[in-house]
Write a new protein. Structure first.
Length: 162
């Protein structure tokens, strides 16, 4: 194996592991801490997209905040698992040409299941099947992005040879 390919694999393994640890640590936060984090992000998102938020009635603000909070939380699930899917797919591509995308999606989805089981045991958290579905869709999106990147690189290398 060439030294360059070895370093790519080492870096990809490190990135996959760091992403898995990041997901684990977010899931290890208590419900209270997790809510504080997502509420801070939700507040920023609302301020970015709704300049008149402060002029709304308290009931309207509560409805907007509740909806935005749900969207922020689910987007966070999707995004962190999309990153995992991207990195796992790239890692698998460095080893073999066979079944990389399906295997990467399966590995990421399996990690999503373990993530929800982990949350079940964390104070004020719950395991939700809907989150596994969102996570799995995120993994699939990351796998598709990686698949596209790999295809573009292969095409570019093929064009260089012509």
């Amino acid at each position: 194996m060439k030294n360059g390919k070895r370093w790519v694999r080492v870096l990809l393994w490190a990135a996959v592991c760091m992403t898995a640890v990041m997901i684990f640590l977010f899931s290890a936060e208590t419900g209270e801490k997790s809510s504080e984090t997502s509420d801070t992000v939700t507040e920023a998102v609302i301020r970015l997209f709704d300049a008149g938020y402060d002029q709304r009635t308290p009931e309207e603000q509560e409805d907007i905040f509740s909806f935005a909070s749900l969207v922020v939380r689910k987007c966070a699930h999707f995004t962190e698992f999309a990153l995992l899917g991207l990195l796992v797919r790239l890692l698998f591509a460095s080893y073999t040409d066979r079944h990389r995308s399906l295997a990467a999606w399966g590995a990421g989805t399996a990690y999503a299941v373990t993530d929800e089981v982990h949350q079940y045991f964390v104070s004020q958290r719950a395991a939700m099947g809907a989150d596994v579905l969102i996570d799995s869709l995120g993994v699939m999106a990351g796998v598709l992005v990686a698949w596209t990147l790999v295809a573009l690189v292969k095409r570019a290398k093929g064009a260089d040879r012509a």
